[in-house]
Design a protein around this ligand. Structure first.
Ligand code: N01
Length: 601
């Protein structure tokens, strides 16, 4: 058993970041030295209660005027709901602003056909309430979008959260006023109307990592006479593709889920592929009541065990903590086959060096290519579908019948890797001399990930510095939670935290607890502002990069690096490894928020 941060580290990681199990052997020790550079930065306090938070949780106007609250939360997805419940319970006045017309975040917007989570539903759910986790019944191994949305609506109703959420409201700006040490937040009603201004002691960005849809700037995009949709902004009423000629641009997770369903409806489907994708079968099924009963008998135990993994889920099916080079070819094949048969992201937990060692990675990559060749009848199409990149370096996909779809007579695959899409015309899409006439174009082109939603808001910190400028060469945070120069601003699952490399719900609950505990600490100690220091932030960024560079992740053009958005700085944004991260968060808090400056008024 290896150790991290002085604690026993389990060998129970399950998926693409299984790297961290190995990393704990030496990497975390090496890199945590970098993270430890930060010293404690406390200014001595006067002892007066300058934070002026009100115990009744509703009257925070004392130093902020009439339209004042203790906390503004931006976003009402998993993170916003969790924060609202916890902070309100702590006696704070909270106002949540949400651009959508309802709760749900990701699961409100991403209603494309086939949308479902690829983390098991029993684990992709909230653990803060024993009653909630006992009473809610998931129906499938992987929950479909509509069920997750119903769940979040239930959470909002069950905990009476809606009364503190303003829907259809997009936060335009948040500006820190140094004199009052308060944030001034300006919110625009979606669809027009007078902006609303609110003053808050704290602002928490619960804006999601994959919430800013990215539609490439194709020439002629506005000339198309048919219908266009983005998977991340799908119409609530759904889309009927029956009898239509449909083009899908992109082959990431959203495309992989939607393509088989669109193909079954459309008269013709043309898939425009720039990079072939690795996808593993989901083997989705109804949940077995015996499995549900077993989990519910000790749900708290499962949540706790998941927090000890590197990906925040999967503790029931631990990764295989040996090198692929330690086994015979027969054993290796049997292990790959068993994981392929079980399905899901745990496939990459087959061995502990698959995301560290290129030779190890190539073995499992070739296994998947063989599966593609065995599935797809036309050898040319099969070869085009075979990815050449490192497996897992872009987000692994999980599918139901993706490769099989390319055996359908109404489906065509167009390679745009060498020759990109030239233009969108009134009739369809042109690639070189080939013109594809279409009735519908689906942009499954992903997101301006991790920073996109934040950069759409004018966030202005000390000395008039905007977050966009502070991050012009890539995002810089301490723990993915705080940013130097932006006091009392918290990010949930921000860049520099494990976020998208984990079960997002585990990470969101962890951040909610950390932030709420931090605010409670500030109240208790009469602290007006908390702010990451530059040296601690620099050290943290170095640490995040050092961990990434130990792996194969930085080697391909993924959205983890911002490589999918032209002009975005190429920086590996998430931190690999939930468990060692959580240990550091705990230690930093226990050490009086080491690396943050805490200041009285
Ligand atoms: O987006 P993506 P997504 N011309 O960025 C292509 C999560 N998620 O919405 O790879 C042609 O992965 C682009 O090509 P390339 C999950 O974390 C989870 O599918 O850049 N093509 C790529 O193929 C996931 O990773 C779930 O060469 C262009 C595609 O568009 C993340 O969300 C379900 C192009 C974009 O793929 C994002 O997934 C869905 C261009 N100009 C999503 N520009 C589950 O839980 C882009 N592309 C199951």
């Amino acid at each position: 058993m290896v150790r991290a941060g002085g604690r026993a580290a389990p060998a129970n990681a399950t998926s693409e970041t299984d790297i961290a199990d190995r990393g704990r052997n030496g990497l975390w020790e090496d890199c945590s030295a970098v993270g430890d550079v930060a010293g404690a930065h406390h200014r001595s306090g006067s002892g007066e209660n300058v934070v002026a938070m009100q115990d009744n949780g509703r009257d925070a106007t004392q130093d902020g005027g009439e339209d004042a609250v203790d906390v503004v939360v931006v976003g009402a997805g998993f993170a916003g709901l969790c924060l609202l419940h916890r902070l309100r319970g702590d006696g704070l006045s909270v106002r949540v602003f949400e651009a959508g017309g309802g709760v749900g975040g990701t699961w409100y917007w991403n209603r494309y056909p086939g949308a479902r989570c690829d983390v098991p539903s029993l684990e992709y759910s909230l653990g803060f309430s024993e009653e909630l986790q006992q009473e809610w019944e998931w129906t499938e191994r992987y929950a479909p979008q509509a069920e997750i949305l119903r769940y979040l609506e239930h959470v909002a109703d069950r905990f009476d959260l809606r009364r503190d959420i303003t829907f259809d409201s997009r936060v335009r700006s948040a500006t820190f006023d140094e004199a009052s040490a308060r944030w001034q937040v300006v919110v625009d009603p979606v669809g027009g109307g007078e902006p609303v201004e609110v003053s808050a002691r704290f602002v928490i960005m619960a804006t999601g990592c994959l919430s800013s849809a990215n539609t490439p700037d194709f020439a002629g995009i506005d000339s198309f006479r048919g219908e266009t949709y983005h998977t991340g902004q799908w119409p609530h009423e759904g889309v009927d593709f029956t009898g239509k000629r449909v083009g899908v641009i992109g082959t990431g997770s959203s495309a992989v889920q939607s393509i088989p369903i669109i193909a079954a409806q459309a008269s013709e489907l043309v898939v425009f592929q720039r990079t072939a994708t690795y996808t593993v079968p989901a083997h989705n099924a109804s949940l077995d009541p015996a499995e549900v009963a077993e989990v519910k008998a000790d749900y708290a135990g499962l949540r706790a065990a998941n927090r000890q993994t590197v990906v925040g889920f999967g503790s029931r099916h631990p990764g295989n903590d040996i090198s692929v080079h330690e086994v015979t070819p027969e054993e290796r094949l049997a292990q790959f086959e068993a994981r392929w048969e079980r399905g899901g992201l745990a496939f990459l937990g087959a061995y502990n060096d698959l995301l560290i060692d290129p030779a190890a990675n190539e073995l499992i990559a070739e296994f998947v290519r063989d599966k593609i060749r065995a599935t797809v009848h036309d050898p040319d199409v099969a070869e085009l579908l075979c990815p050449k990149t490192v497996i897992g370096c872009k987000r692994l996909c999980v599918d139901t019948g993706y490769y099989e779809t390319f055996n359908r007579p109404n489906v065509a695959l167009v390679d745009v890797s060498e020759h990109p899409i030239d233009e969108i015309t009134p009739e369809g899409i042109r690639v070189g001399d080939d013109r594809y006439e279409l009735d519908v174009i689906v942009f499954a082109t992903g997101f301006d990930a991790m920073t996109g939603a934040l950069s759409k808001i004018d966030i202005v910190g000390r000395a008039g510095t905007s977050l966009r400028d502070a991050w012009s060469e890539g995002p810089r945070t301490l723990l993915g939670l705080g940013v130097a120069g932006f006091p009392n601003l918290f990010l949930v699952t921000g860049p520099g935290s494990p976020s998208v490399l984990t079960n997002m719900v585990t990470s969101i609950e962890h951040h909610t607890e950390w932030i709420a505990d931090c605010i409670a600490h500030l109240r208790e100690h009469d602290v007006a502002t908390i702010e990451a220091t530059e040296p601690a932030q620099d050290a943290w960024v170095d640490y995040v990069n050092a961990v990434a560079n130990f792996t194969l992740y930085p080697g391909c053009n993924s959205w983890y690096l911002g490589a999918n958005v032209p002009g975005k700085p190429r920086v590996f944004m998430p931190l690999i490894g939930f468990f060692p991260y959580a240990v550091q968060c705990e230690e930093i808090a226990a050490d009086g928020y080491r690396g943050f400056e805490l200041a009285p008024a």
